[in-house]
Design a binder for this molecule. Structure first.
Ligand SMILES: Nc1ncnc2c1ncn2[C@@H]1O[C@H](COP(=O)(O)OP(=O)(O)OP(=O)(O)O)[C@@H](O)[C@H]1O
Length: 232
């Protein structure tokens, strides 16, 4: 059973203007959803301790593990820009060779990728490498920032399935940040909806999808599914 992280207070201000004021639980597989500017990136940066120093932060949490570099893995949006372009894949890991081979196997890649440069791999392969690097540490919490946005439909499905399997296998707690509810509906058990830096609705994914209480949530759901219809 993965561990729950309780964010009791996350308050971020810039020049006395509140940008974020949140209280929420990250349990098992949780999605944080909101439109552009709602505070998704600020939340991730706060959890990763990467907030710009000009912002005021009050952060109170209780968690079975420390929220630090050792325990948290991060998967950014774009695998094409998240690896160093001039460095072979094998030198982008910080662990021994055996561990590299082991985690590559876990993400469905063979050892041949170690000898390649990032531009010699596809988007889906690169995102698998990024995930392998994240799980090469003994992480407890995996933060994902729209990890499938830059991928084609087929790769999207495969990466979501991979993340689902790894979360179970490695007992990871997941926080998946996105504006795209459709992308997480088969992965995340719980959804938290944020607007203007505040939680406005939360609950089980099935409940939120079938019976959203707020118009903002309905609009997020409708716009996602409409775009998908249009793309078919
Ligand atoms: N360094 C900063 N200084 C001042 N305001 C900031 C700073 N970073 C973000 N903000 C403001 O905080 C709010 C939330 O921004 P954030 O980047 O978290 O949004 P988001 O939900 O991630 O949006 P997107 O989906 O477009 O990335 C926005 O109004 C933004 O302008």
């Amino acid at each position: 059973m993965s561990k729950t992280v309780n964010i009791n207070k996350l308050h971020i201000k810039s020049n006395e203007i509140t940008l974020l004021d949140l209280c929420f639980k990250i349990e098992e597989t949780t999605a944080l959803i909101g439109e552009s500017g709602s505070g998704k990136s600020l939340t991730l940066k706060a959890l990763l301790n990467l907030l710009p120093t000009n912002l005021y932060k009050e952060f109170l949490y209780d968690s079975p593990f420390e929220l630090n570099y050792e325990n948290i893995g991060f998967i950014p949006q774009n695998p094409f820009t998240s690896l160093s372009p001039m460095t072979k894949i094998e030198n982008q890991f910080f662990c021994d060779k055996k561990r590299k081979i082991d985690v590559l196997k876990k993400v469905g890649l063979n050892t041949w990728v170690l000898n390649r440069f990032p531009n010699q791999l596809s988007g889906g392969q690169l995102q698998r490498v990024v995930i392998a690097i994240a799980i090469s540490k003994n992480i407890k919490l995996l933060l994902l920032d729209e990890p499938t946005t830059a991928l084609d439909e087929q790769s999207k499905k495969l990466i979501i399935e991979l993340i689902r399997q790894l979360a179970t296998q490695l007992n990871l707690t997941l926080l998946f940040v996105t504006h795209d509810i459709d992308s997480i509906k088969d992965l995340c058990k719980k959804i938290i909806i944020i607007k203007n830096g505040k939680v406005i609705e939360e609950g089980k994914t099935s409940q939120i999808l079938s019976n959203p209480k707020k118009q903002y949530t309905k609009t997020l759901i409708e716009s996602n599914f409409k775009t998908r219809e249009f793309r078919k």
